[in-house]
Design a protein around this ligand. Structure first.
Ligand code: CS2
Ligand code: MG
Length: 412
């Protein structure tokens, strides 16, 4: 079997997606997600102009060799664009190999280690009544774990707080929360960490009061605090027994987490903007995090993320794979197959895609009683309807950015 065709399909059924589509000489089609929110076309060019010419004629079964070839022969290693491009190739090859073997990918990865994957959904509200409604809505949708994001008095727009509460892209509304906005320039949002630190503990006190002590609750600090502010928040949230506090401080400064760990036992999750195992070395070996947040799509694919999770397993650190709407159904399927097979699975993020997206990407995963399962079709279990995809051309979109009250640019 050889790779005969390699195409990069760009579509925008509500939001932009980039998919690598490999076709072999015996007609198998393998898919890989290469979507990098707000910088999609950079990965498209990396694939089309540099990687695709190297794939034609290759043996798709040689996944590790192809991974090493793409990583080392590029000379310029790591980084979000390179690792998203390599991830797309890697996942498409795993899809092909599992199809050729006639089994669902998780079987090829060692079989199921559980019956299904606990997943969390995004509840949010500008105020408590709206937040409570959103939590109830997610519980009705079957979620057994809930991420809580809230508005902050005095701030206009805050990360994670949906403008509308229902997933509906047919009417042009963009999911329950899609951070990237179409247009020529990123939207500016305002931020004030002290106001947020004053407000958040009270919100979790109210949520626990309303929904009780058992419901797993998660929160995303979205990279906005200094290490000492993150330590302070982690400590203030301890009475509310969070499942995790995510991205509490920008983790390029890995040792900054030492200060956070020193002051709080709130579990910490980090890694959605990481791209290789090297981003985790201090965090894992010094036990500074409890969950690896990397997505297959942004971390060099199944081949590399599995190595990161095997490394983390030695330290009892679990997976918490990134799964917002900018991870395509192909990237999501890859996460579910890997998540079902690994031992140190923790939880899976699950934001539902919209109707148009589900028409472009036909999926076979199941969502039952709060658990996800990738399904038992050979391969990933996702097919891409190229004609349907063709109906939605790329539309430039940017993630927002933050300015503090004095005008300083801040982490969004
Ligand atoms: C977030 C994402 O889901 C999350 O945990 O951090 O929504 C993130 O903002 C987007 O993926 C950015 O593209
Ligand atoms: Mg996050």
């Amino acid at each position: 079997m050889i790779i005969e065709q390699a195409e990069v399909v760009v579509t925008s059924p509500g939001r932009n997606f980039v998919t690598l589509r490999l076709t072999t000489d015996d007609g198998l089609v393998g898919l890989g997600d290469a979507t990098l929110n707000g910088r999609e076309l950079a990965v498209v060019s990396y694939l089309r102009d540099h990687v695709v010419p190297l794939l034609i004629g290759r043996d798709p079964h040689r996944i590790e060799d192809t991974w090493q070839f793409l990583y080392r022969s590029a000379y310029w290693r790591r980084g979000p664009v390179t690792m998203a491009a390599i991830a797309a190739v890697d996942v498409a090859l795993w899809d092909l190999k599992a199809q050729a073997a006639g089994m669902p990918l998780y079987q090829l990865l060692g079989g199921a280690s559980r019956t299904g994957l606990l997943a969390y959904g995004h509840a949010s509200g500008r105020d408590l009544p709206e937040l409570f409604d959103s939590i109830r809505d997610h519980l009705e949708q079957g979620y057994r774990a809930i991420r809580v994001q809230t508005g902050v008095p005095g701030l206009n727009a805050v990360y994670g707080v949906a403008a509308n509460q229902r997933a509906d892209d047919t009417a042009g509304a963009r999911y329950d929360y899609e951070p990237a906005s179409r247009g020529a320039f990123p939207q500016e949002e305002d931020w004030d960490t002290r106001a947020y630190l004053r407000h958040l503990p009270g919100v979790f006190e109210a949520v626990r009061g309303e929904f009780g002590p058992e419901l797993p609750l998660l929160h995303d600090g979205h990279h906005r605090m200094t290490p000492i502010q993150a330590a302070k928040l982690g400590k203030a949230l301890e009475p509310y027994d969070l499942f995790w506090l995510e991205d509490c401080t920008p983790a390029e400064n890995q040792q900054g987490l030492r200060l956070v760990r020193q002051h709080t036992t709130t579990p910490l999750a980090i890694g959605e903007i990481f791209n290789t195992v090297y981003d985790y070395q201090t965090l894992v070996t010094e036990q500074l995090i409890d969950y690896v947040r990397s997505a297959v799509t942004h971390t060099g694919g199944i081949t590399h993320l599995r190595k990161i999770l095997d490394f983390a397993a030695q330290y009892q650190i679990k997976s918490g794979m990134h799964g917002p709407t900018d991870i395509s159904p192909v990237g999501m399927a890859a996460a579910l197959h890997l998540g079902l097979a690994i031992h140190n699975f923790g939880i899976q993020e699950y934001m539902k895609h919209g109707t148009r997206t589900d028409e472009v990407f036909r999926q076979t995963f199941t969502w039952t009683d709060g658990l996800l399962h990738p399904g038992d079709q050979p391969g990933l279990g996702v097919t891409l309807d190229v004609d349907e995809a063709g109906k939605y051309p790329y539309e430039r979109a940017y993630l927002p950015y933050n300015r503090l009250t004095d005008g300083t640019v801040h982490d969004w």
